[in-house]
Design a protein around this ligand. Structure first.
Ligand code: PLP
Length: 246
């Protein structure tokens, strides 16, 4: 069941328009989005283009889940947006597509001017990335099939959703990308989201991320994020445990 007040995670463009001022230097966006699984449409990009039109505002576009989109969707990259393609930097990570979170190897796509500016800072902050891993990834890229990887994760998403169907958890909008799915647990517990996540981990050995972790301040919503980038048997076991908690 969808929790209507989240309105499918549609972006409130009026709110964004009102938040932009002469002090705004950059807008940071993330698509596919962690934790909601929302994937930007061309309409979203057009709305952003209209808001920054004629202004010196840059777009920092976190697209690290670019290859993980479901149900026939396409990821639309920020760097392809003609109205502001000289003001955007699209950021990618091999960590997500190749299940190597923590290796911290990725790349950026931007105009020549932005790329030069970025590299002048990057060389002092990061200096270099470990070479053997870069070679390994270059080799793997030759056989990597992003569509196959997305299909595999979509099946895992559906396994989780079907497994939790008869549980006391209420599913928010079905994840359109990433490997996360949000659930409301308010029918099960009155604990706040951090306490609930701790209780679930300690008592039932199922780890989740409380939504408050994504905000500056604790949230009243009783929502947690499940990660379905797991072996099928792990998802099935977690779902079985979750169906029996009350
Ligand atoms: C939206 C988003 N951006 C960036 C990152 C960082 O990715 P990496 O650890 O592969 O550099 C993460 C990791 O969780 C993420 O969820």
């Amino acid at each position: 069941m969808t929790l209507e007040r989240f309105n499918n995670f549609d972006i409130n463009w009026e709110k964004i328009q009102n938040a932009v001022s002469t002090k705004t230097k950059a807008i940071l966006i993330n698509t596919p989005h962690n934790p909601t699984g929302y994937v930007w449409t061309q309409h979203d990009w057009d709305q952003l283009a209209a808001i920054i039109d004629g202004k010196e505002i840059y777009v920092i576009s976190d697209e690290v889940y670019d290859s993980i989109v479901f149900d026939g969707r396409q990821h639309i990259p920020g760097f392809l947006q003609e109205p502001f393609n000289n003001k955007v930097i699209s950021i990618y990570s091999f960590g997500k597509a190749f299940h190597i979170t923590g290796w911290k190897i990725g790349y950026c796509v931007a105009s020549k001017a932005i790329s030069e500016a970025f590299r002048s800072i990057h060389q002092y902050l990061t200096f270099s990335v470990n070479t053997p891993a870069q070679y390994a990834l270059a080799k793997y890229l030759q056989i990597y099939d992003p569509e196959e990887a997305a299909r595999m994760l979509q099946a895992k998403r559906d396994l989780l959703i079907n497994g939790l169907h008869s549980s006391g958890l209420r599913q928010l909008t079905t994840s359109a990308g990433t490997y996360f799915q949000l659930y409301d647990y308010s029918e099960i517990s009155n604990l706040n989201d951090v306490e609930f996540a701790q209780w679930l981990t300690v008592t039932h050995k199922v780890a989740t991320i409380p939504l408050s972790a994504f905000y500056k301040t604790p949230q009243k919503d009783r929502i947690v994020r499940f990660c379905f980038a797991k072996k099928d048997e792990v998802i099935e076991k977690a779902a079985e445990i979750l169906r029996h908690i009350s």
